[in-house]
Design a protein around this ligand. Structure first.
Ligand SMILES: *Cc1c(COP(=O)(O)O)cnc(C)c1O
Length: 465
């Protein structure tokens, strides 16, 4: 039987032009990212329908497909990589992150095993070590790259679950939770939604955790802590997703460890406070925890998707994540045996490129600068007569425009105006607007233009840029 040859020659011949075309289109896209309206125009979103057709039997030509992607896809994106996107906690990819991501796409490496990519394996290990150093975590901390902080939380909590049960004589990795001693889980009242989701994923339940009360900024109160015994884990937080505050780690971790509990910290963005002298004091004591979840695609401004799970005892991570098989090498540091996923893109290579480029000083500056810009945003809102509901200690600002209907209306008008983009939240039972300054390319001028636009659409001043 003969296997008909695919048209490899034609594909190879077309590849340089195809990639050059993609590069040109990408550069054109990025060129006006800072000046286009942040949310896409409704017509652009409607035109996306042009990409929704029946799967063609004979495929289309690749240049045509790329052209359609750009013509209909690009205008319907959100300019979240631009300087005036303040929604959720969203970084914009640094140029070196994008360039490294392109090169890594050309490599097309599977970073699961060192034999599959010595380059990815080394860069993964170096990037994890650098991240640990930047964040002041203990030397020898283990870790892995995952899709985001959600999966980083789940990964750490799986390691935590197995470790605390092992200490109490139960082989959770082997036997699961059926018949296991109950695991006490403690979370702060303002734990991120994904911590609860991660607890559900690892079989500890979204809703059975004991909840510790918090102060008016969202910090766990380090007093009247409950007695905890048996296998236990305590989830703390660096960087409340609304207010930006971090829990008081030193007393909470001491209490948890006195009770034999594992301490996990969700620090999707807030962990990076440790990397800048001006904010490091907000996370004092964090290095005493047992595991940490964070993101590179938020404050470190890598491309999506890139989360990082860090575990003090690499053996605990490995015992929860290893997938031994005769054909899969196990010796040395094999990424797949420290991570929930096996096949994976070389996320560590991009993080390596970003950290090598920024250096310690660049990361500190990124954190420091965005925090100062958040304060400028808050000042602008206060000057306009609006309430800022949080102490602006990090890169997050919560703005109150009065009654809930008015706040909703202002947020809708801000999004529709397109100068900047901010989303809603609820803070202390009040409807409010959330602002997160997380992007490397935001300047004072961007803050001022955004403040002016918000004032204008909310009827407090007609200054338009
Ligand atoms: C964003 C965020 C998460 C989830 O991160 P993903 O990268 O979206 O999975 C978890 N915790 C906190 C505090 C966050 O801000």
């Amino acid at each position: 039987m003969t296997v008909p040859a695919p048209d490899v020659d034609a594909a190879l011949a077309g590849r340089p032009a195809l990639l050059a075309d993609a590069c040109q289109r990408a550069l054109r896209y990025l060129e006006d990212l800072a000046e286009r309206r942040v949310a896409p125009a409704p017509e652009a979103v409607a035109a996306l329908g042009r990409l929704d057709f029946a799967l063609p039997a004979p495929g289309l030509a690749a240049p045509e497909v790329l052209s359609m992607l750009d013509e209909f896809g690009s205008p319907a994106t959100v300019a979240s990589g631009g300087p005036r996107y303040f929604g959720f906690v969203t970084g914009g990819a640094l140029p070196v992150a994008q360039a490294a991501a392109w090169l890594i796409a050309a490599w097309d490496q599977n970073a699961a095993l060192s034999v599959m990519s010595p380059a990815a394996a080394l860069l993964d290990a170096v990037a994890l070590r650098w991240v640990g150093e930047l964040l002041g975590l203990p030397a020898g901390t283990g870790g892995c790259f995952v899709t985001g902080a959600t999966m980083a939380n789940a990964t750490c909590l799986a390691a935590a679950r197995d470790a605390v049960l092992t200490r109490h004589g139960w082989d959770a990795a082997g036997q699961g939770l059926v018949g296991a001693p109950p695991v006490t889980v403690v979370v702060g009242a303002q734990a991120h939604a994904t911590v609860r989701k991660a607890l559900g994923l690892v079989g500890l339940g979204r809703d059975r955790a004991r909840v510790l009360p918090v102060d008016d900024q969202g910090r766990v109160l380090p007093r009247s802590l409950p007695p905890v015994n048996g296998p236990a884990l305590v989830c703390l937080q660096a960087g409340n997703v609304n207010s930006g505050v971090s829990d008081p780690f030193a007393p909470l971790i001491t209490w948890a460890h006195d009770h034999g509990a594992w301490v996990h910290v969700d620090g999707a963005f807030g962990l990076w406070a440790a990397a800048a002298p001006a904010t490091a004091g907000q996370v004092t004591g964090i290095a005493e925890a047992d595991s940490w979840a964070t993101d590179a695609h938020k404050w470190l401004n890598t491309t999506y998707d890139c989360g990082i799970a860090l575990v003090r005892d690499p053996a605990a991570l490995q015992s929860a994540m290893a997938a031994p098989a005769a054909y899969l090498p196990g010796a040395g540091r094999q990424a797949m045996h420290f991570a929930p996923q096996s096949s994976q893109r070389a996320r560590g290579a991009e993080v390596w490129a970003v950290l090598a480029t920024l250096g310690r000083d660049g990361v500190a500056d990124l954190v420091d600068r965005t925090c100062r810009l958040a304060r400028r945003f808050a000042d602008g809102m206060r000057e306009a007569g609006y309430g800022v509901l949080n102490d602006v200690v990090l890169n997050q600002v919560i703005v109150d425009f009065g009654d809930p209907a008015r706040t909703d209306a202002v947020i809708a008008a801000v999004q529709e105006d397109g100068t900047c983009w901010c989303g809603p939240t609820t803070w202390g039972h009040r409807k409010a607007m959330r602002v997160s300054v997380s992007c490397w390319n935001t300047t004072e001028d961007d803050i001022d233009r955004s403040v002016a636009a918000i004032r204008s659409v909310s009827g407090k001043g007609s200054t338009r840029w």
